[in-house]
Ligand binder design. Structure first.
Ligand code: MRU
Length: 371
């Protein structure tokens, strides 16, 4: 996607072939910084510090992390140590484990001398596949938005299609195109008028900082709202549909996504607003069924709640405290929306009700359970 008119991915191998480069998301929206990562440890740190984030991008970054590990030392021990360090960075997005398992399965049978090249090829493949998957999600989701647009026109309701999204499941959360926002970009390209309600997404404000930034870069109309406003807008008929991403979806269609997603799904259910989840297959965990009890939920530092960072009028970055010094905080990073609240799941293979997800991917289900 474009940054000031220039096409970028969120991660790419450095031109000298010795490092990987990322768009540093901790600096957005106030600065656009490309950061060079030369070691697997630096990649692990970038994932943990959320300089790269979003389930698909975490997976792609982990693939490149293993490549950098193999550049330094292609031994079995180094491979196992790098995979363990990368896996420990963030527990909820299953894409991380999926990418590490995929690359490790390619490398293990090889002689050490062949591993660096094979790791680079495997990481490139994960990145390219992510782009292709997201474009397919965009094509399928476009049909939904087109349908809403046609119904609006038939009903004589003027104005753009109104989409609500939570967190950032746009191109910044993937290698390119995004998942929840891929249909929005496809609709925009197809000339369908569209407006996005952007949940700010406390505590890290991925909506206010990242979704608003990337939509702005592409000239897509959007409005940032506080996380508590979505239900109110739905009650007033100001939301046609909600589309969110996912960090881990179970075989029966329970969806872990950024904290606050569940409350939006509840409000959507109450207001009969369709609630869609854009789920690339690497974010589906076929080994799990009950998301509420089985998906590990990341617990993050309370400082993310107690403080807030932004830009001052003078143009400096400043962190200020919101919460009284003595108050405790609790900061789960994700929640689980049960399948019964999900209208449908948009995958690269098409759109399915949660109950039919497993039959759409029956080949993957068999492979995963066998392995
Ligand atoms: O903590 P984050 O910013 O990595 O969380 C991101 C989300 O919750 C996204 O919705 C999810 O990863 C899907 S991204 C296509």
């Amino acid at each position: 996607m474009n940054v000031q008119g220039k096409p970028y991915r969120t991660i790419w191998p450095a031109p000298d072939g010795r490092a990987v480069e990322i768009i540093d998301q901790a600096e957005l929206p106030h600065a656009f910084v490309v950061r060079r990562l030369e070691t697997a440890g630096a990649v692990a740190h970038a994932i943990a510090a959320m300089r790269v984030r979003g389930a698909p991008l975490i997976g792609a970054a982990a693939g490149y992390g293993l490549w950098l590990a193999m550049r330094a030392d292609p031994s079995d021990a180094a491979l196992a140590a790098a995979a363990a360090a990368l896996l420990a960075t963030r527990p909820t997005a299953v894409n991380l484990r999926w990418a590490l398992d995929s690359v490790t399965a390619v490398l293990r049978p090889l002689q050490p001398a062949a591993r660096e090249g094979a790791a680079r090829a495997a990481a490139d493949r994960i990145a390219d596949e992510d782009v292709a998957i997201n474009r397919a999600i965009g094509r399928h989701g476009l049909g939904l938005l087109q349908g809403v647009w046609e119904r609006r026109r038939a009903a004589g309701r003027p104005g753009p299609v109104q989409v609500l999204t939570h967190c950032n499941a746009g191109w910044l959360a993937t290698v390119d195109w995004g998942t929840a926002l891929a249909p929005v970009y496809a609709a925009h390209e197809a000339g369908i008028p569209i407006h996005v309600w952007v949940d700010e997404t406390r505590p890290r404000n991925q909506g206010a900082a990242l979704t608003a930034w990337e939509l702005g870069q592409h000239g897509i109309a959007h409005t940032v709202i506080v996380d508590n406003a979505g239900g109110h807008l739905m009650q007033r008929g100001q939301v046609d549909l909600a589309i969110v991403g996912t960090d881990r979806t179970t075989a029966r269609g329970d969806v872990a996504n950024k904290i606050g997603t569940y409350l939006k799904a509840l409000a959507a259910h109450d207001c009969a607003v369709p609630f869609y989840v854009a789920a690339p297959s690497p974010s589906i965990d076929w080994t799990l069924s009950d998301g509420l009890t089985q998906i590990p939920i990341e617990e993050r530092s309370g400082d993310e709640i107690a403080t807030i960072t932004g830009m001052t009028a003078a143009g400096d970055t400043a962190t200020v405290r919101l919460v009284p010094a003595g108050s405790r905080t609790h900061n789960p990073g994700f929640d689980v929306t049960p399948a019964r609240l999900v209208t449908a799941i948009i995958t690269e293979r098409g759109i399915t009700r949660p109950a039919d997800l497993a039959s759409l991917f029956s080949d993957c289900l068999q492979d995963d359970r066998a392995g």
